[in-house]
Design a protein around this ligand. Structure first.
Ligand SMILES: [Fe+2]
Ligand SMILES: [Fe+2]
Length: 250
């Protein structure tokens, strides 16, 4: 099928469908025993910092899993609900492969480890996102989840891919493919809503200030925990700001 020959409504229905999703995810992100991944070559001194980073990713993915599932109820139409159901599965897969990676690195109680290392800014971000979802504020919650949270994850993963051991890199590359789809959905849906109601852009900008503080704070916290020199911190933050901008939110 030539997707681009479809009318907008048919296009949306097609790219948000389970059929489309199955095709997109068929060949990556092994979840069971990691047989398709490169062998583990993490240096002993890199193990601890990697576990700290993976713990943060797990908090983010757990939030995305709860967020995507929670958004289904307030999504205004069938194609959005179906898309969010595929996103929910994606986020569950991400959480699973990342926790499996922690187990491979020798973490015995993954949940306790994630709690112990949790980034307070990310926990606050989660509380506020889940509040928006509980209030049924579709546009605002979708913006925070599929633009801001996805941009944070995208920036962190893309940055980490350049430095990671081969096995972790292969996992992150699979995850990033999914996050691109999630960002595309947010961009497309919010772009249409803003075209119908230009005032929405100001409303979202206002909300963004609140969440940018938490997003940038969480990066700062994580980089400090990892003892990364302050001079290198702006790179990751710029990655996040650039990702949000590419989605149409300057
Ligand atoms: Fe994810
Ligand atoms: Fe995602």
């Amino acid at each position: 099928m030539d997707l681009h020959a479809l009318e907008p409504e048919d296009f949306d229905r097609e790219v948000r469908s389970f059929e489309f999703w199955l095709d997109a995810v068929r060949d990556y992100l092994p979840t069971a025993d990691g047989l398709e991944l490169p062998p583990d070559d993490v240096a002993p001194e890199d193990r601890e910092p990697l576990i700290t980073v993976l713990s943060s990713y797990c908090v983010g993915e757990m939030m995305a899993l709860e967020g995507a599932g929670g958004l289904i109820r307030s999504a205004p139409n069938r194609s959005s609900k179906i898309f969010l159901s595929t996103q929910t599965v994606d986020e569950g897969r991400h959480l699973e492969v990342l926790t499996n990676r922690m187990t491979e690195l020798g973490v015995e109680d993954v949940d306790a480890e994630i709690r112990r290392r949790a980034n307070p800014y990310l926990l606050e971000f989660r509380e506020r996102l889940l509040d928006l979802i509980a209030q049924g504020r579709w546009q605002q919650a979708l913006f925070v989840q599929n633009v801001l949270l996805e941009s944070m994850e995208f920036a962190a993963f893309c940055h980490h891919i350049q430095l990671a051991d081969a096995r972790t890199r292969a996992i992150l590359e699979g995850i990033v493919k999914d996050e691109r789809r999630h960002m595309g959905f947010g961009e497309n849906e919010l772009g249409r809503l803003i075209a119908e109601d230009p005032g929405l852009r100001d409303d979202l900008s206002h909300l963004r200030q609140e969440f940018d503080y938490l997003a940038l704070g969480s990066f700062e916290h994580a980089l400090t925990e990892l003892r990364i020199p302050a001079a290198e911190h702006p790179t990751l933050k710029r990655g996040y700001l650039a990702a949000v901008k590419r989605l149409g939110f300057a």
